[in-house]
Design a protein around this ligand. Structure first.
Ligand code: ATP
Length: 287
């Protein structure tokens, strides 16, 4: 049966339903001259978990900061490309306005206020909302529901909390803004494997039960691909491979370079980029 042709507005509407966040050919420079992102294109479908993988210095943090408009403090600038949230261009929105639009970033290294208690830290996360006491209480209880450890430690100064509890507090604080999408920068960094497993399980729960989308920058590919629906691999400021988490886990290059499973012949990261340029095996995330 011949398929009906879709009009452009229909296609755009359909696409914006699928792609909650869309980066198109984003380029970033630091100090006006160091080109770090060389045209990153990626998308986060609504209600999905996407992971951004790559070695040290690949450009993961820069990508997240470009999205949240947090590059200025590092003398970084987006010099090309576009960023859309729900089909609306947001490259020029302030970080504050982005939070009000439903997008929030949890920075690498947790960054809790050490002299405030866990509960006070959580409350700071609601500063963009004009919520009353009852509403705030409800939001805090929701965070405690997902992070029972935080409820137990709610009166503890965050500076005395363990690394895992501080990471949970940082994610919980982000949740207080009622986000639709959370950008998580290396949630596993410096944490014991068991705590990381616990955090990823909570992220999955938030995604499944509350429909929150996540873009997670990670070096721990095994855990990230187990948790995510889709993945992108960044190398030198470029996406060299992307696809569903299942397909990426099966890819021999990903197994060799990121999952530590060797096929025998040893190669380096540069070979990965070259071989993908030759074969162009790009796997479409959203068709
Ligand atoms: P990591 O896992 O180590 O955090 P990453 O993939 O997140 O790495 P980025 O932090 O985005 O990588 O860094 C990408 C590149 O940009 C690196 O070469 C880094 O040295 C460079 N870079 C980052 N911040 C700055 C800055 N403020 N000024 C100049 N160069 C920078």
């Amino acid at each position: 049966m011949p398929q009906r042709r879709r009009s452009l507005p229909e296609i755009a509407k359909r696409k914006s339903k699928l792609d909650y966040l869309q980066l198109n050919n984003v380029q970033v420079v630091y100090n006006g001259m160091i080109l770090v992102l060389r045209g990153v294109t990626l998308s986060v479908p609504r209600g999905k978990i996407v992971t951004l993988l790559g070695a040290n210095g690949a450009g993961k943090t820069t990508t997240l900061k470009a999205i949240s408009n947090l590059l200025a403090a590092d003398r970084g600038n987006v010099i090309g490309g576009s960023i859309h949230l729900e089909g609306r261009r947001v490259d020029n929105l302030s970080p504050d306005a982005l939070v009000r639009s439903g997008l929030i970033q949890v920075m690498e290294g947790r960054r809790c206020f050490p002299h405030l208690t866990i509960e006070e830290n959580l409350l700071t996360g609601a500063h963009t909302r004009s919520a009353g006491r009852a509403e705030l209480r409800e939001s805090i209880d929701r965070v405690f529901h997902y992070f029972p450890r935080l409820k137990i430690k709610r009166r503890l100064s965050a500076g005395y909390a363990s690394g895992g509890e501080q990471q949970m507090c940082a994610i919980g604080r982000a949740l207080m803004s009622n986000p639709m999408i959370v950008l998580l920068d290396e949630p596993s960094m410096g944490l014991a494997p068991q705590i990381v497993q616990e955090i990823f399980a909570i992220v999955r729960g938030l995604n499944e039960r509350e429909g929150v989308s996540f873009l997670i920058a990670e070096q721990n590919a095994t855990l990230a691909l187990d948790c995510a629906d889709f993945g992108y691999i960044l190398e030198n400021g470029r996406v060299v491979l992307h696809g569903t988490a299942e397909v990426l886990k099966d890819s021999s290059d990903v197994k060799e370079f990121y999952l530590g499973i060797s096929s025998g012949e040893r190669r380096n990261f540069a070979d990965l980029t070259k071989s993908h340029r030759k074969r162009k095996p790009f796997l479409s995330v959203v068709d």
